[in-house]
Design a protein around this ligand. Structure first.
Ligand SMILES: [Zn+2]
Length: 252
């Protein structure tokens, strides 16, 4: 069985979540971790996890949402973490792609949430886009106490090795199947399988041959197949190892 460690089941593109979960099961994707990106989506994901036994949650404020963050957001996140199926704080991090005039606020909110995770003894799920240097710098100073995850990793193998020293693993999704993903392919090739997990980031980033369509957890095996090809390992081994890695980190 597979685990999708990063999905957004709360997204309005998913009209019938029951069907999405069912299609995942039929594709052997047994467990799904659905990620919050602000307070509202985190709460919505908790409601979804209450309904479906094999759906787990991360709660957190995404760097693109920091301008709207309320003063008491940390208390709200802390309250949410009382729910036993909250398995990490995420997705949190830095994103300078569309907006970089609020770097200081992004860093502050990132650090505050790392500290919350450390207080609660939870892993973090990190989103980092066009901000790899600052992400690494912050994590060196504010290292998570629990082994944690960089999702949709797009950095170099050199940076990856630095993150590994800080206890990080990496999850990969549809991007590895794209023709222009040479850098990601190289990273996957060089990373030990013990550090790799599978994700979709659905409804976005659907793998080939569904690129541009609505992505779903049921497409995880396509990502596994591509990683098996890149690493020249049987897909069964990829399935077994990545699932083991996810279960260990998120205690699911
Ligand atoms: Zn995401």
């Amino acid at each position: 069985m597979f685990v999708d460690v990063h999905a957004h089941l709360n997204d309005e593109k998913f009209e019938d979540i029951e069907k999405v979960v069912e299609r995942a099961k039929n594709a052997n994707v047994e467990k799904i971790i659905t990620a919050g990106f602000d307070i509202e989506s985190s709460l919505k994901n908790i409601e979804i996890a209450k309904k479906y036994e094999d759906v787990f949650v991360t709660v957190g404020v995404h760097p693109e949402m920091v301008d709207e963050v309320e003063e008491n957001y940390l208390e709200k996140l802390k309250e949410m973490c009382k729910f036993e199926k909250v398995v990490a704080i995420g997705e949190i991090g830095l994103d300078y792609h569309f907006k970089d005039d609020n770097k200081e606020l992004q860093k502050k909110v990132f650090i505050e949430q790392i500290e919350l995770a450390n207080l609660l003894n939870l892993p973090i799920v990190v989103h980092s886009r066009d901000a790899m240097g600052d992400t690494l710098e912050i994590l060196k100073e504010h290292t998570p106490v629990c082994p944690s995850l960089l999702h949709c990793y797009s950095g170099s193998i050199e940076s990856a090795n630095e993150f590994i020293k800080l206890g990080f693993s990496f999850s990969f999704g549809g991007v590895v199947t794209f023709n222009n993903a040479k850098n990601v392919v190289k990273v996957v090739e060089n990373l030990p399988i013990e550090k790799i997990m599978l994700e979709t980031d659905c409804p976005y980033m659907a793998p080939v041959p569904y690129r541009g369509k609505i992505n779903e957890p049921c497409f995880v095996p396509l990502v596994a197949k591509k990683i098996a090809e890149i690493k020249n390992i049987e897909i069964e081994k990829i399935e077994e190892k990545t699932t083991k890695n996810a279960k260990k980190m998120f205690k699911i």
